[in-house]
Ligand binder design. Structure first.
Ligand code: FES
Length: 85
């Protein structure tokens, strides 16, 4: 069986209030062919909001890549990139 790309949506407080709540709808927005290749998980604080050099909650992790100021569109783009890589 093919390994799925793990997508972790931060559900920590900061990310949640900064827009993470909307990101929970990702699975409804993702085209079916992509949805079949990813596993979407909620994650406690990804520990990005504490880093001085990183700004822009909400954070989502797509594979090993952290997406800052994540929107559904940005996450879908990142998923496409990862799956084509
Ligand atoms: S609350 Fe999301 S990275 Fe900390």
């Amino acid at each position: 069986m093919e390994k799925k790309l793990i997508v972790k949506i931060c559900t920590g407080t900061l990310c949640y209030v900064m827009g993470g709540a909307e990101l929970q709808l990702l699975d409804e927005q993702l085209p079916a062919e992509l949805l079949a290749q990813v596993e979407i998980q909620g994650s406690p604080c990804l520990d990005c909001c504490n880093r001085e050099d990183s700004q822009g909650a909400p954070f989502v992790k797509v594979g090993d890549r952290i997406i800052a100021s994540a929107t559904i569109e940005k996450v879908i783009d990142a998923i496409k990139n990862e799956l084509n890589a």
